[in-house]
Design a protein around this ligand. Structure first.
Ligand code: GUN
Ligand code: FE
Length: 456
């Protein structure tokens, strides 16, 4: 397939490449074989790449191709609670909203409904790769992996571990042994359905330090080493949580040290939040090569704080964006781009302008940055030859003026008038676009979502 027209992707943290006359050649395995940048006619592309003379052509009009988004942290199991958080903060939110909802997903029929819906929902927002938390239930979690594989969404899927009395009796692991057994069985299952890990991969998931005993954390560290699986957890999200960790692990020098002691800080580790890390912890995370998922909507919703993303980037840490549903109120990484930009401005107002993230930087975090966080930086996140084609077709439009509600809905929320540069269109999309603008989505060249506005 030849994808023809404007494409936009990150060249570096601060720079987008905007190519208005592009052609991206994608083979039947979904691999990008060529990228042409000054295309006048598709016939010229086919003449140059003669083996592609019968290739299908997918053209984008009034918009652009953009790499698929990467959500580096979300809870599929909390999707039904999206928007429900009231005035709670982290620890009260967990007991009020989260634990009861997650516990109910022991029901495979309920899990099937909610997980199928969430995978469809995130795909519709252009998310082509997602790092998911399931629940402590092995079979429901495995079902989430089945759904991702069937729908073609790249995913890391984790069975949650938690064995302390922070979690209610009705929803916790009953022993370290059973937590490890269930986790290992889930890893084996996920590897059995996708042996190459091309679409779905397992991820070891200690919920966070307060809900895991030291021996549970250490056993999960050992399991990670044994299986070479990824690891995800939460770190330093809010202040009472940090105080709780200090009291639960008095021998540790810091929150990050608790994980390090357990062998959980590795280059395959995704740490969500990292809002209040000390400079020493930032150095430790960087030294271990662990990655960070920045979840700005969640951090504001639960009043956790404003993560100092610039400092994390300056320390050399790979940072991506996470929706953190349902601490976060939106399944959209485009929304997280906006939220990351806003939060960085609040950090800037309390410190210096250097903290501000640009639109380009937010889009980098949403794509190439996220790819590095989930260990796929050589495969996805941009339109480079040799990468796999994970992409969304973005179309812009204008509100219909005759009260034609259907047209208004389909055109999406971004008004463009025809005189904007592509760069201006991208800025407008980031600040006011939504899923109505994402009219088609591909993973590895497979069309995994489309709307009525998708025309080839
Ligand atoms: N810390 C422990 N569990 C959770 C969770 O489910 N969401 C968030 N945001 N933080 C957590
Ligand atoms: Fe979370």
């Amino acid at each position: 397939t030849i994808y023809l027209g404007t494409f936009v992707h990150s060249k570096s943290l601060s720079e987008l490449e905007i190519c208005d006359q592009g052609a991206i050649g994608v083979d039947s395995a979904g691999v990008i074989k060529f990228v042409e940048r000054d295309v006048v006619r598709v016939e010229d592309v086919k003449a140059k790449h003669w083996e592609w003379k019968d290739a299908e052509v997918v053209r984008v009009e009034d918009g652009f191709f953009f790499p698929g988004f990467i959500d580096t942290h979300t809870h599929a199991s909390q999707h039904a609670n999206t928007g429900l958080f009231g005035k709670t903060t982290l620890l009260s939110w967990l007991s009020t909203y989260t634990f009861p909802m997650e516990a109910s997903l022991e029901s495979l029929t309920k899990a099937l409904t909610i997980y199928t819906n969430f995978v469809s929902r995130t795909l519709s927002h252009g998310t082509t790769t997602c790092a998911y938390y399931g629940t402590i239930h092995r079979f429901s979690t495995n079902l989430l992996a089945d759904i991702c594989l069937e729908r073609g969404q790249r995913a890391l899927v984790g069975r949650v571990c938690m064995d302390t009395d922070l979690s209610p009796e009705y929803y916790r692991d009953t022993s370290v042994e059973s937590a490890i057994e269930e986790s290992a069985a889930s890893i084996d299952y996920i590897r059995s359905i996708d042996p190459e890990g091309a679409i779905v991969r397992p991820i070891i998931t200690p919920r966070f330090a307060p809900s895991c005993s030291a021996s549970c954390l250490a056993a999960l560290g050992a399991l990670a080493q044994e299986t070479a699986a990824h690891i995800q957890t939460h770190i330093s999200e809010n202040k009472p949580e940090i105080e709780l960790v200090a009291s639960l692990f008095p021998a540790s020098t810091s929150y990050a040290d608790v994980y390090d002691t357990a062998g959980l800080l590795t280059p395959r580790t995704i740490l969500a939040h990292a809002v209040h890390l000390t400079p020493a912890e930032v150095q430790l995370v960087a030294a271990r090569g662990a990655k960070i998922s920045h979840c700005p909507a969640s951090n504001t919703a639960l009043t956790s704080g404003c993560a100092p993303v610039r400092d994390l980037l300056n320390a050399g840490i790979a940072v991506g964006l996470g929706t953190d549903v349902s601490g976060g109120f939106s399944p959209s990484i485009l929304e997280e781009c906006r939220q990351a930009i806003w939060v960085s401005r609040f950090v800037a107002m309390a410190s210096s302008d250097a903290a501000k993230l640009s639109t380009e930087e937010a889009l980098y975090l949403a794509t190439r940055g996220g790819a590095a966080v989930v260990g796929l930086e050589s495969k996805v996140g941009g339109f480079d030859v040799g990468m796999e084609f994970d992409a969304q077709m973005v179309r812009l439009g204008s509100v219909s003026e005759g009260g034609d509600q259907k047209g208004e809905f389909e055109a999406g929320p971004v008004d463009v008038f025809g005189f904007e540069t592509t760069d201006e269109k991208v800025q407008k999309w980031v600040y006011s676009g939504d899923d109505r603008n994402t009219v088609a989505v591909w993973v590895r060249g497979r069309l995994v979502h489309r709307t009525g506005r998708y025309v080839k």
